[in-house]
Design a protein around this ligand. Structure first.
Ligand SMILES: NC(=O)C1=CN([C@@H]2O[C@H](COP(=O)(O)OP(=O)(O)OC[C@H]3O[C@@H](n4cnc5c(N)ncnc54)[C@H](OP(=O)(O)O)[C@@H]3O)[C@@H](O)[C@H]2O)C=CC1
Ligand SMILES: O=C([O-])CC(=O)C(=O)O
Length: 266
């Protein structure tokens, strides 16, 4: 007998959500059925499932997929999990707030999951950390300047960003502070932190490069058991260049793993 399809709700009908929603409606993930879509904005005529509120989605769904932003995770994360609904998040940067991360990891009976998103190698880093802590973990993220401009930036940094003719370092910090400063662009830093178990241990450099037609993320780590380097270069989503085009497909892969699809690399 086949198990009933996981009733899946999607929060965020943007660059990630549209691809995920349409693929789910086309049956791309056997075992997951798109039930509803939540977004602040009008969804347009071609949305493949009814629009609803987060409260309504909690009544209708077994699993909510967050592709909206860190604010959604902050505002709704605990309520979703306490209602018994599972939550798969793209906006891992919300977990840079260690109090929130602890509350979400302790909450239930719903389970919290994070997609690997734009990064690879997190599974291996997690396995390595099970042998003991790493000595050093670094992430260097390079993106187009326009995707990195933030309201908190002063005149000097803003000018440096916009007049750059080559790579410009915009911020160095840890996975504790960087994802909050670039909430739509550096969730990957918090994802590395989730894999290694310590946001303060992940040194992050954010670089703006006007020639960066591809977004790059380089993770470097070493410790007593070995050295690791993962480098990815992604074509950005054409509608939202802060997001790499691969991310919705990473979310679909995560959904395939959650539904227990056979042959998955876990
Ligand atoms: N882990 C990873 O590797 C990555 C993670 N991300 C995360 O995924 C998020 C979504 O990315 P993307 O699809 O490109 O973003 P988009 O801005 O293209 O789409 C997000 C959509 O969600 C809506 N939204 C935001 N907040 C809420 C809310 N509280 N309730 C309902 N709808 C809401 C937005 O509406 P409005 O604009 O009106 O708020 C917008 O329509 C990013 O903000 C980022 O945090 C992105 C890329 C990679
Ligand atoms: O899509 C990417 O390359 C990464 C990204 O925006 C994020 O981590 O928030």
């Amino acid at each position: 007998m086949t198990a009933p399809a996981l009733r899946t709700g999607l929060i965020g009908w943007g660059a990630i959500g549209r691809v995920v929603g349409r693929a789910l409606a086309d049956g791309a993930v056997p075992g997951a059925a798109l039930v509803c879509v939540v977004d602040n904005r009008p969804l347009g005529a071609d949305v493949p499932a009814p629009r609803c509120t987060v409260e309504q989605a909690l009544e209708r769904c077994d699993l909510l997929v967050e592709a909206a932003g860190q604010g959604l995770v902050r505002e709704w994360g605990e309520r979703v999990l306490e209602s018994g609904t599972d939550l798969l998040i793209a906006s891992t940067g919300a977990l840079a707030d260690e109090d929130l991360a602890k509350r979400l990891l302790d909450a239930g009976p719903g389970r919290l999951h994070a997609t690997g998103g734009a990064l690879g190698g997190l599974d291996l880093l997690q396995a390595v950390c099970a042998m003991g802590p790493l000595d050093e973990v670094r992430l260097t993220t390079t993106k187009l300047p326009a995707t990195l401009e933030q309201p908190w930036m002063g005149e000097e940094l803003r000018t440096r960003l916009w007049t750059a003719t080559g790579p410009v370092e915009v911020m160095t910090g840890t996975a504790r502070d960087v994802p909050e400063r670039f909430p739509r662009s550096t969730n990957v830093a918090a994802s590395v932190a989730l894999a290694v178990g310590d946001p303060g241990a992940v040194r992050v450099t954010v670089v703006a490069d006007p020639a960066a037609r591809q977004t790059s993320h380089v993770v470097e780590a070493h410790g007593p058991h070995g050295s690791y380097r993962f480098e990815v270069r992604h074509v950005p989503d054409p509608g939202n260049p802060a997001t790499s085009g691969v991310v919705p497909y990473a979310v679909l892969r995560s959904l395939g793993a959650l539904t227990g699809r056979t042959g998955q690399i876990l």
